[in-house]
Design a protein around this ligand. Structure first.
Ligand SMILES: [Zn+2]
Ligand SMILES: [Zn+2]
Length: 165
């Protein structure tokens, strides 16, 4: 389901096809000699189910329900491994907490500076942004992503009384 904002900007509520994502997750694990355990699968699934770009702590709290003996360290290490093998991406947030994104396709972020909410959106115009030659010449560019810093609708309605920054 995609919410159309205009022809070229649209929010994607459910961009990840779970079955397809799991298949490519397993293929990646095999490629990298990583054993596919129930725990690892559950951690990955938590990420594709949760489109809020959760932190390691948020994933840990979720996964503990099914695996009460799992440690935060294990969850944290597993997430780092997933980033290394390319099934997750790390994204920045305003409280400097590492956040994880199971959507490894090209997309952009709306990032609320108050509550830390991160929402995916797609934009053809942003996809086509050119990287300046000076940068391309000096650095190996791995990707580009536009982050729109904002005050989300939920936070905005709370603060309207107090006026804007
Ligand atoms: Zn917010
Ligand atoms: Zn994202």
């Amino acid at each position: 389901m995609a919410l159309i904002i205009s022809n070229s900007y649209y929010m994607v509520a459910n961009m990840i096809n779970e079955k397809q994502a799991l298949e490519s997750f397993m293929a990646r694990c095999r490629e990298h000699g990583l054993r596919i355990t129930a725990q690892r699968t559950a951690i990955y699934k938590a990420l594709i189910d949760d489109r809020s770009h959760p932190s390691a702590d948020m994933v840990y709290r979720k996964i503990r329900a099914a695996f009460p003996n799992i440690s935060f360290d294990t969850v944290n290490r597993t997430l780092s491994t997933f980033v290394d093998i390319g099934v997750l991406k790390v994204t920045e947030s305003h409280n400097r907490q590492k956040r994880f994104d199971a959507n490894t396709e090209n997309h952009h972020h709306l990032s609320c500076v108050r509550c830390g909410r991160i929402v995916d959106f797609e934009s053809r115009e942003f996809d086509e942004l050119k990287i300046p030659d000076g940068i391309r010449d000096r650095y190996e560019v791995l990707g580009k992503r536009v982050v729109i810093e904002c005050i989300c609708d939920a936070c905005g309605s709370n603060s309207r009384k107090g006026g804007r920054r």
